[in-house]
Design a protein around this ligand. Structure first.
Ligand code: PMP
Ligand code: GLN
Length: 399
């Protein structure tokens, strides 16, 4: 038989699935894949349940239910001061994952270049390449994740069609600063490019850090597509409702991508997300404050167990250095080791790089109940308590 698609045939299973499966096999606490272990707001879930029962279960409009598009536009204004047209400037998708693919489809032609910043979310490169476009990778490195300005300048060129930016950033927990965003906005404008902004963690930012959409910078609104995710904003990651906001000239083309990918997303979930986005400020502030406390709790526990956790400004994640623990393998081996021997799963940070990445950093998710976080830290502390030795296996009598 003729070979199937070469890129997809060569691709491995995502690290999130690999580590979750390993966690299940070993009955481990799963601090790998980022999903909360408590339900999102009960009123939002109740709205979805009610919305299944009132005879509005047929195809919703292509770009999303009007009430959700209005709620997305209102949230853009309320939180970020952005003016978005609810009728022509919003497209509702099946999760941010679809939204990312739809935005890339909307702006890229084969051969176009896209500037992307490592460490990066695992769908970016495959989708860019499946579209025949060319990623230009620029790398942030731990421990400070500083923006390499020269490398960025060099990555932009006459073929640059877009910048794909994730802030607040998975896995680093970095919220890009006003100066960094201004630098990027200037590059995008000087090269007459588009910006595709993955802002799924927009509401998961910890004071004094602040989320600033690149779209809010002068000159950016007309060339930016901004992506949000109800999964993250309402701690309901299985819902897969995403939203894209942008200038109507661009979102009209995004809608055509969406029409060919999924066409619509479940109307009951759309109605519930519309209600959720209208919740008062205390909900959004509470979400960020709760996660900030969990991040601090996990970081303190990891430090007690001998890791060096990096500061996190947002998201579900903290990155920690395990070099001081003396483990003799790389980050993937380390993640397997702690899953099997401590019963705690994590994600190797090198999985977010295309190769040649630093290999002594791991990402832990802290969107879990406090008792679970404490238990995970105790398990790690026990595993690495002296006098653990990583001696080679003893020779058997036969050996
Ligand atoms: N982008 C980033 C950076 C993410 O971490 C995630 C989380 N899964 C997504 C996109 C996808 O979001 P969704 O679950 O809404 O598809
Ligand atoms: N965004 C989640 C994470 O980074 C995982 C999503 C997925 O499993 N595809 O952990």
């Amino acid at each position: 038989m003729k070979p199937a698609n070469a890129l997809l045939s060569a691709a491995g299973t995502t690290i999130f699935t690999v580590m979750s499966a390993l966690a299940t096999r070993h009955g481990a606490i799963n601090l790998g894949q980022g999903f909360p272990d408590t339900e999102g707001p009960a009123d939002v879930v109740q709205t979805a349940a009610g919305a299944l029962l009132d005879h509005r279960n047929q195809y919703p409009p292509l770009t999303g239910l009007p009430e959700l598009r209005q709620a997305v536009a209102a949230a853009n204004k309320r939180f970020w001061g952005l003016d978005i047209d609810p009728d022509a400037g919003v497209v509702i998708t099946s999760g941010a994952t679809e939204a990312i693919a739809a935005c890339l489809m909307a702006v890229l032609n084969p051969g176009d270049e896209v500037v992307v910043i490592e460490p990066l979310y695992d769908t970016y490169l495959p989708v860019i390449r499946l579209l025949g476009a060319v990623p230009r990778l620029v790398r942030l490195e731990p421990p400070d994740w500083a923006l390499p300005r020269q490398a960025l300048q060099a990555a932009f060129g006459p073929r640059t069609k877009a910048l794909l930016l994730n802030t607040p950033m998975n896995p680093t927990g970095k919220a890009f600063s006003p100066k960094e965003l201004a630098f990027l906005a200037d590059l995008v404008q000087r090269h007459d490019a588009y910006a595709i902004c993955d802002e799924v963690y927009e509401h998961l930012v910890f004071a004094p850090a602040r989320h600033i959409p690149l779209m809010s910078l002068p000159g950016m609104a007309e060339r930016t597509l901004r992506i949000g995710s109800a999964g993250k904003t309402f701690s309901l990651t299985g819902w897969k409702i995403g939203y894209i906001s942008g200038p109507p000239a661009l979102t009209a083309i995004v809608a055509k991508a969406h029409q060919n990918l999924t066409f619509t997303s479940p109307p009951n979930l759309q109605r519930a997300v519309a209600a959720g986005l209208a919740k008062d400020d205390s909900y959004f502030d509470g979400l960020a404050a709760t996660l900030a406390a969990k991040g601090a709790r996990l970081s303190a526990g990891l430090a007690r167990a001998g890791f060096r956790p990096l500061p996190t400004q947002g998201t579900y994640f903290v990155v920690a250095d395990f070099a001081a623990l003396g483990f003799p393998g790389d980050d993937l081996a380390f993640c397997r080791h702690i899953t099997e021997h401590a019963g705690v799963a994590a994600i190797p940070v090198s999985a977010f790089y295309e190769g040649g990445a630093p290999t002594h950093w791991v990402r832990f998710a802290f969107c879990k109940q406090d008792a679970i976080l404490d238990d995970a830290c105790d398990r790690l502390a026990r595993l690495f308590a002296p006098p653990t030795l990583f001696a080679p296996p003893a020779l058997t009598a036969a050996g």
